[in-house]
Structure formats: C-alpha cells, structure tokens
Design a protein around this ligand. Structure first.
Ligand code: ZN
Length: 307
C-alpha cells in the first residue's frame, strides 16, 4: 500500500465513504418482528453474558440470573432499541450499535466471533448477539427503568403521535439544522443517517436548512417522505451494505432502492434532473444530497463538499 493511503482511507471512512450502514428503525423493526415470531412465548433455559463495555457497568452474572428461567412475554421496539419483555416484568434492552446482529442458532451450532450474549431457549435453539465493533448496548431493566428510557425518546415515526402538526411544532421553535433535529432521538425516535438523507432528498430539502424556515408544505412533504420510506424499508427488511442481518442471517433488500445515500457521483434519479449526487458535511455528518433538487439556503457556510 503506498504511503498515505491508509490515512486517506480512514478519513474517507469518517465521512461515510465506506459502505457501513448502521441499523436504524427498519432494520431493528425487522429483528423485532423476527424475535416476536421465534422467541416470544419461549422460556430462557440459560443465559451467558460476556463482560463488555456494552453492559454499561451491569455485572454479567446479575444479567444472567435475571434472565434464566424467565419466559419472553413479548418483544417491543422503541426507536433503535429492542426490549425482550419477561414474565418477571424485567426487560432485556438491546441496542445493536453499529455492527450488532441478533442471530438465531440451531442447537450446538458453532458460534461466530464477537459473541456478547447467548440466550438458550427451552427448545435448544440459541439467540446470540454478535457485535464486532461492540458499540451496542445490553441492559437488564426493571419496568420503571424501561418507562424512563421510553419517556426520553420522541414519538415513533410510524405511530399516531408523529403527526404533521407535531413535526411543525417541533420545527417552528427551533433554529437548529433540519438534519440535526431529525437525527435527535428525543424529537423523533429511530431515524439515522440513511433514512434522514433519503427523506430530505424526497422532500427537496437541503440538510442545512434551519428548522424554523420550513414552510408548511415542506413540513408536510418531509413528514410524508419519512413515513413512506420507513414503511417501504420495513417491507424489504432494511438496508444491508455489509453488516445488517435478520434473525436468520439474511441481508435486507432495501439498499437498491436508496436514491442518494452512498450514491455520490451518480446522477440524481429524479426525472429531468441529471445533476450528480454529492456528499457534503452537514450537522456533523456525511450527507448525500442532490445540489439541484436540494438548494442550499442563502448565506449558509456550514457545509463543505467532501465527495
Ligand atoms: Zn436532483
């Protein structure tokens, strides 16, 4: 490798040039539906938890003891968090971080590397959390702690509380960048870089627009785009470039339907546009935009083109 290439590769990785996807709402919801189908109603015969920073200071033995012998009553999702709700009223909370996957394994199937958690089910199958980068979270929570976690998150974008009026109300009193607000889990839960960039392109909004400058029609378009894109992505079981897998180890199939994300230098797919997609910096994140469909607000100097 020539000198400097490694450094350049790291720099590019920092701005999202490498094709890393992090699980967002559609990917986590895919896992939740799989878990509800496969794991709900089953008793946890035993649990193994390895000491890791993902535990946030909780002791592996304590987590294992609160899991062993319990029945998984149901599986919930809030934003990007999964909750295995137990018959003890405790819940096992899992955040998949950047590269975490929950996989269902047949009895005695050899484990993959980077195993952080194993739940042995009453029929011999195992639920395993693999996470090479280890940026996810595992917590054992009481019902009160679950309620506290949920209260810190904004409404579910596919739920009844995420209305045009709600979004307009949040935007109307804030001068933050529209992209930053959409990534803020306390404003709306579950969105990340992929679906925010896609929704902004669909609504023809530049990511550095100040939230309170959006006119009502723009808020309506953005709201509709968020709901439509998330629904379609769940239908196709999420985006996989490298990491995301469902409970059965299968990739999602929504990636080919992405219009701008990871498509820098390709032509904007909007009919009659023909402009090249660019990767810029906005709200501290690599942001894929079409400069023709998403005009930059006048006088904004917060962006720089990085691709
Ligand atoms: Zn365009």
């Amino acid at each position: 490798m020539p000198p400097g290439v490694m450094h350049y590769a790291k720099l590019r990785a920092g701005w999202g040039y490498n094709r890393v996807e992090m699980p967002e709402l559609p990917e986590v919801e895919t896992t939740r539906r799989d878990l509800e189908r496969e794991v709900a109603g089953h008793r946890i015969a035993g649990a193994s938890v390895w000491q890791t920073r993902m535990l946030g200071g909780q002791a592996p033995d304590t987590i294992s003891a609160r899991l062993a012998g319990r029945i998984v009553r149901n599986v919930e999702r809030r934003g990007k968090f999964l909750f295995l709700c137990l018959d003890s009223d405790d819940a096992l909370m899992i955040h998949r971080g950047m590269t975490g996957n929950l996989l269902l394994a047949a009895p005695r199937e050899p484990a993959l590397p980077h195993l952080h958690l194993t739940l042995e089910l009453d029929d011999g199958r195992e639920l395993r959390l693999h996470d090479p980068r280890g940026f996810g979270e595992i917590r054992m929570l009481s019902a009160t702690e679950v309620a506290d976690r949920w209260s810190r998150l904004g409404p579910e974008p596919l739920g009844p509380d995420f209305t045009v009026e709600y979004l307009a109300g949040q935007f109307g009193r804030r001068t933050a960048l529209v992209k930053a607000l959409l990534l803020n889990q306390a404003i709306v839960a579950g969105l990340g870089n992929i679906y925010v960039d896609e929704a902004l392109w669909a609504a023809r909004l530049h990511p550095t627009r100040r939230a309170n400058t959006l006119v009502p029609a723009e808020v309506v378009n953005l709201h509709n785009a968020i709901v439509r894109l998330l629904t379609a992505a769940i239908e196709l079981r999420g985006v996989t470039f490298n990491d995301h897998r469902d409970l059965y180890g299968e990739p999602g199939s929504y990636a080919p339907h992405l219009q701008v994300f990871h498509r820098a230098h390709e032509l904007c797919p909007r009919t009659g546009c023909g402009e090249a997609i660019r990767l810029i910096r906005a709200a501290g994140r690599g942001s894929s935009i079409c400069p023709a469909c998403q005009p930059a607000p006048a006088g904004v100097e917060t962006e720089c083109q990085i691709g």
